[in-house]
Design a protein around this ligand. Sequence first.
Ligand code: TRP
Length: 458
Amino acid sequence: MRTRVLTGITTTGTPHLGNYAGAIRPAVQASKDPNVDAFYFMADYHALIKADDADRVAASRMKITATWLAAGLDPNTATIYRQSDIPEVPELMWLLTCVTAKGLLNRAHAYKAAVDRNVEQQEDPDAGVTAGLYMYPVLMAADILAFNANKVPVGRDQIQHIEMARDIAQRFNHVYGSDFFVLPEVHIEEQVATLPGLDGRKMSKSYDNMIPLFDGGSKAMREQIMKIVTDSRAPGEPKDTTDSALFTIFEAFASPAESTAFADALHGGLGWGEAKQVLFERIEAQVAPMREHYESLMSRPDDMEDILLAGAAKARAIAVPLLERLREAVGLRTFRNTAQSIAEPAAAAAPVSKAKPPRFASFREDDGSFRFRLFGADGEELLLSASFADPKAAGKLRQTLSTLGGAHAVIESQGDHVALRVHGEVVANGASHPDEVSRAAFVLRLRTALDALAAAQD
Ligand code: TRP
């Protein structure tokens, strides 16, 4: 199964070279792996916590979208969307809020730091602290859990948030008695470049030591590169590359062979001024084509809107059915099924019954092929498998379905019934349910049965 890799990009400010080398480039690279199902989104709800300038928020989410696309993120391979286009995210946030311990949020680093600062300055502990900042980790958990992401690549400062998301997911699974959520794992890119800024400290907006990626064009980029701090050795004197910000930045944009050649030149006395020009040309060779793409995207905001709305539709295809199950699980159920479920309990979306698991029944067709049916705990026929010439293939599929779990099942409508796909292939079909509501209820029962099967395995 493909690993769903999900990460959010807070849409404040504009990206610099350090963001590119440390986050954007590796994430775009990862999205090209055929085993990776990349979900990358603009965390624009999160951006509201840090900025109250509406025009800046609006501009930043456009620029950041254009940056990621220009950096090579392919919207056909990856799912790229704006958080605020997914109403299921804030909806899930509330469901999660209601199982989240307040004490957990009290321990969040960002909130604690704000309180500590206030206490230090002898202010009220909560002065200037919004509930948005306080709830930030729950919103982030919703971002991740709405799509049952397996891996979340983030910087070290975000590790605690992922741990909280796991905590909250576990709590919800426990309270409502089923494995609704996959527990996400944090992914820290160890070998990725952390770029130093002009002064040798980590490149960061807060240190004001950045080299812009696209903003200001090649002119601004060159100007900043010329400001990189070096030692005072004159041209002709051998230079030390070990603590050189200039050399470290070069390495992030060059092959090992190019870096060795550059180091040799510096050891051989290349002047810093010339070295900066070499560095500029090296970076510009990579950035120039992206900048052109970026500018073209920025001049076509309607196209970006279309791309993001298509991404949101892809993302919602996962979140909508999950939220349907969760609403059901917490008791926010349609009244419509209630009468039906009193009359015929079999049809109700029953909570997972651990006592009586669903069961398979295998049989042979007249033509000698092998198939099986899946029956719910109450005896309802849920699935009829495809037919297999080889009984082992049928057995393998039974095994797969036993461990799949409802959250992972790819179920789609096909005319008046639903089909279950595994590895892209339709492997089983459900009974006919001509109207949409009863089909949706059926899908719920099917997912519940798959959960029960998986639960019976462990
Ligand atoms: N908080 C993250 C950051 O500042 C951004 C973010 C929001 C995020 N939601 C997320 C990252 C979900 C990973 C998963 O970097």
